[in-house]
Design a protein around this ligand. Sequence first.
Ligand SMILES: [Zn+2]
Length: 498
Amino acid sequence: MVKAAKTAAAVAAFAAAFACGGASAADARMSIIPAPREMKQMPGECRLKGDPKVEKSASIPPEGYELSVRPDGVTIRCSSAAGEFYARATLAQIERYDRRTRRKIYPCVEIKDFPEFKWRGILVDTARHFLGKTAILRVIDEMAQYKFNVLQIHFTDEEAWTLEIPGFPELAGQGSVRGRSGFVYGEGLQPFRYSAKDIKDIVEYAAARHVKVVPEIEMPGHFGAALRAYPSMKCKCPGGGKVLCIGNPEAVRFAEEVLDRVCEMFPSDVIHFGGDECTRKYWKDCPACQALVKREGLKGVEELQPWLTRRLVEHLAKKGRRAIGWDEIFMSSKWEKWDEFKKAGGDSFNPLLPKTTMGMCWRPWGAGALAANKGYEIVRCPTSHCYFDLRQGLAEDPFPYLGKGVTPLSKVYSLDILEGVAPEARANVAGGQCCNWGEFTIGIVDLEWKLWPRALALSEVLWTHPDPAKRDFAEFSKRAAVHRRRLLSRHVNCAPLK
Ligand SMILES: [Zn+2]
C-alpha cells in the first residue's frame, strides 16, 4: 500500500507539473498515438547518429518518460525499463530516415508522458479459431508500439482446449480438435495447440516488449473441450452435465491442478479463470452437487459457483497470484436473472468473494462501476465499446462479424471508462481492454482488420484521456489515418477508418 501511495503521489506531482495536453495533427511527423500528455514542438530537427542518451530519474512515474529532441541530440529520461521502451516507441513514431546520410532525423520536441491506466489490454481468442504462435507474436509487436501492456489469451472454451497442460495430456490432445465451429481454417495444420516451448517463447517475446501475458482458463462453464477430454469431471445427471461438477472433489482438484500448471508456465501476477455464462441447470440434477450444497450449508445450487470461485481465488493466492474473472463472479444470484441483479444493485453481490479478486467487466450497463464502488479492482471491456468482433460500420467489409451490433472507431474513441465510478473509487479502475472473440475471426488477416484501427482509439482512451470530453475525434482521425498507412506499410491488415 505504501508503494502504491508513493506511486500515486509521484503521478499526481508529475501531472500537476505538466497539465494534460494532446498532440497536434498539424505535422504528420508528430502524429503520435497515443497522444502524449504534454508535448511542445520546437523549430529545427535532430540528425541523430548512434543511440539516444538515457538518464534515470526516480521522480518520473512507472511507465512514464521524458523525451527531449534537440538539434544536438536526443535524451530519454525515465525511472523504469518500460518508460525507456515507451520513449523509444514515441521516438520511432516521429522518425524519418535519410538514406543519403544514413541518419535518423527527428523534429525537435519536448515530451513529458505517462499512462492514465496501468491495465491497457487486448484479448485474443485462440479457442474458437486457432491463431498460432506467429500470429500472437505479430499482435504483440504492434500492440507494444501503441503502448498496450496486457495480452489476455483465451486458450480454452467449448470448442477447443489449445494449451498443453503437463500431467493432463488429453486436454490439448482431444480438446484442441474443433468442436462446433462453422469455420475451419488451416485444418491441415492441426494439432491446434501451444506447447510449453511455444508459451515460453510468447511470454519472453512479450516481456521484452513490456507486455504481460495473462492466460485465461475458462471454468466452470465454457468448459466443454476439457469435459470431452476428461468426461469424469462432468455432473452425473440426465442429459449429461456440460459443466464442471463442483460436487465432485476430484473435479475441483483437477481445476486447481490445471491452474497450478498454468501458474508454472506464466509468470503473470494475475490469472484469469473465466467464470462467465455458466448455467446451473446441471447442478440441480446432480447428486454430487446436491450433496455439496447440503454439506456446506449453501442456500442452493446458485451458491455453488460462488463457493468454487472463492476456493479458486484462495488457491491462486497461495501461489502468490491474483484471480481475475468475468462480471458473473460478482453475482450471488442466477446469471439468467441478470436484470434482477442489476435492479438489486449491491444487494445481490457474492458475499463469498474475497476483496482481492479482480473483475473483468463486460456488461455495458455498469456492473463494473458497481464492483469498483464496492471496493473491487476492475478492468472494463464493455460490449458496447470494446467488443471488436462486432462490425465496424464500414460500407464494404469482406469479413463476417458477430450479431448485428456496430462499434465504429468513433464509438471506441468515446468510451467513458470511469462512467458511474465514484470519485473515491477511481483508483479501483485498473484500466480497460478490447476483446477480439474468435467465433467469426479465423486468422491473423481478419483479426488485424477488426483490431486496427479501433485499437488505436482504445490506446489513447487508456493512455491519454480518461475524460471523453477532452477528446477530439476529428483531430484523432487525422493522426489515425497516418497510422493506418504505416500499419499497412508494415503489412498489418488495418481496416479503413470509420
Ligand atoms: Zn455435479
